[in-house]
Every structure is written in C-alpha cells, then in structure tokens.
Design a protein around this ligand. Structure first.
Ligand code: ASP
Length: 337
C-alpha cells in the first residue's frame, strides 16, 4: 500500500478534548456532548431519531453481534442504588459497540464513597478516565448536580423518586414497536405512581403524543400533583382510579409498577399497600386481544408468573429494547451519529 493511502491514526487538527470525545465530529447530532437528565429535553423529532438508531442497533446486533463504533471510548457506571437491568444494559450496550466500562455498580461501598467522598469529587475523578458517566443516585436532582461538575455527558439512570429518562425512552420505544403507534392509545399506569420514577418520566414523555391516560393506584401512591398538573395543562384526557378492573377492558398499554419499598420512611405504610395489585391470567381474559402488559421490573408480586406465557406480556422484550436504546443513546452523546 502506498504511504499516501494510509489513513492517519489521529486527525491532529481534531486533537482537542471535544474531538477526542467524538463530540463535534462532522456527523454529530444535537445530542452530541449532551447530558441526559430528564425526558423534558426530548422533542418528537429527537425521539424518532433515537428510535431509528435503536432499530439499526437491533439489526446490527442480530447480524454481527456488535461493532467497533465506540472503540476506545470508556463509560463510567456509578450506581449508588441497586440495579440489574439498567446497569447491565448500559454495560452490554457499551461493550457491543466496542467500548469499555468502569463498573462501580456492585455497590459504592467498594469505592471511596464509603470513605465519605462527595458526589462532586467522585464525578470529577471519573471524568479523568471516562468519556461519559451513567449515574444512579437516591436523591432527586443528583444527576443534574453531577452534570454541573462534569465536562463529559452525564446520563441519569434514576435520581431517587425523580426521573428515569432512559427507561422512559425504552418504554416508549417498546410501545411503538409492539403496537405500531403511540398516538391514539389509552395507557394505564398501575401501582406506585408516587415514588415510581419510571412512571414520572414515561408520563411526561407521553404528553408529546395524542394519548389518553389512566392512573391506577392506592390513595397513598397517587401521581404527584406537579406531574398531574402537567398532564392537565396539556389537555390530555385523564382519569384516576384505585381499581385495575376499571381500566383493564379498554387499555392498550397496562404499565404495571412495583411499590417502591425503599422510599417509605414508615414500613407499616408499605405493608398496607404492598400487595394492592396482582395482574392474573383471569384478569387478562378481560383485556383487549391487542394490548401489551409492561413493567420496568423488578416485579415483586404485581404480575402473576402465569401471565408470562401470554403473548401480550411484553416485559422481557422491553428489557431487550433497553440495550438497543442505550446503544443508540451512547452513540449519540458520544458524537457517533
Ligand atoms: N428498575 C426501575 C427503577 O430503577 C423500577 C423499579 O425499581 O421498580 O426505577
């Protein structure tokens, strides 16, 4: 091969920080270099873009198992709360794209957090090694705070009972893929609507569509007023009830959630509501033939295992979609549009 045909290993003109991170590359999109903190930052065009990329990722994984799109990139996963799906799907997403991961996911007790290190110092440290940080933390607003310390993208993987934007993206993507559309659907959210961050994020995201919303919870676990007001301000048709039987026949999506035990200061209150719902095969007989049951998981009794055999049970397909969505997001924030 002639020397002039050799592709340079580095583009020296692009050796600034942003170029190394892939941000501002000629192919970068509006998400390049951005934090992902709340669903409020996504408009429908951006959602369509992410979903199209997630479909490409799915196709690519089916055909080739992975690619080297993010080769040389490093993702730090910092989890101050337990996680199975969010942490492993971010890790799988990064690795399928050829990147690597600093996993602080088995409990921050093994990191210097246990020595009393602040969130700010931990973030400032990780950004010395990584190109992006995924953070789960028990406090509302923690991801935003972390982003204020970091010069690299911070992705909110759950800030206490606040938001869980990447989960909402995969939830919305699942609805779209399962039912072929989002507009015109009746979506019923069931369970812990008060503390369930996935419910908060998904509700807000759905307000961009022409949907009808049903909120099913015990009195104690009703949707926070702030979010309900957003729903009402948007003019979306909405009803609240305590009883799943009120919504099962007409729902296109039944989005079931766990009662968030870890958010209760009084465990006696948790005991009161923990077994409030149980979706059974008998109940499913009354549901539409073409509908989906979803759950962000883990479930702890809200959906009977016998429902798993029902083709309308979409929760494990939903899990898989999480990886494709996170692949699409990582590629986007790292400037690999
Ligand atoms: N895995 C979801 C979350 O982290 C739902 C849950 O824990 O119930 O919010």
């Amino acid at each position: 091969m002639n020397v002039t045909e050799l592709k340079p290993l580095f583009d020296f003109e692009m050796m600034g920080k942003t170029a190394v991170n892939g941000v501002n590359s000629p192919h970068a999109n509006g998400l390049a270099g951005q934090d992902i903190l709340s669903v409020d930052q996504f408009d429908r065009e951006t959602l369509q873009y992410i979903f199209a990329r997630a479909r490409e990722m799915r196709e690519m994984v089916h055909r080739f198992h992975g690619s080297d799109l993010l080769k040389g990139h490093v993702l730090a996963c910092l989890f101050y709360e337990p996680s199975t799906r969010t942490s492993s799907s971010f890790i799988a997403a990064m690795e399928r794209l050829g990147g690597s991961v600093i996993p602080i996911t088995q409990g921050v007790q093994f990191s210097s957090v246990s020595k009393g290190e602040t969130l700010g110092d931990t973030i400032r440290t990780l950004e010395q090694y990584a190109d992006a940080i995924v953070l789960r933390h028990p406090e509302i607003g923690s991801a935003k705070e972390a982003a204020s310390y970091a010069n690299i993208p911070v992705l909110n993987a759950g800030d206490g009972p606040g938001e869980h934007p990447t989960q909402a993206l995969l939830d919305l993507f699942t609805i779209r893929e399962e039912l072929g559309r989002v507009d015109g659907l009746k979506v019923a959210m069931v369970g812990d609507l008060r503390f369930g961050r996935t419910v908060h994020s998904l509700t807000k995201l759905l307000l961009q569509y022409d949907v009808k919303l049903r909120f099913v919870s015990p009195e104690m676990l009703r949707l926070p007023l702030k979010i309900m007001n957003e729903v009402i301000d948007k003019g979306v048709e909405v009803r609240e009830t305590h009883d799943v039987a009120d919504v099962i026949e007409n729902a296109d999506v039944l989005y079931v959630t766990r009662v968030q035990k870890e958010r209760f200061s009084d465990l006696a209150q948790y005991e009161e509501v923990k077994n409030y719902y149980n979706i059974t095969p008998e109940l499913m007989q009354r549901a539409k033939e073409k509908m989906v049951v979803m759950h962000p998981l883990p479930r702890v009794g809200e959906i009977h295992p016998d429902v798993d055999k029902d083709p309308r049970a979409a929760y494990f397909r939903q899990v898989k979609n999480g990886m494709y969505i996170r692949m699409a997001l990582l590629a986007a924030v790292l400037g690999k549009a």
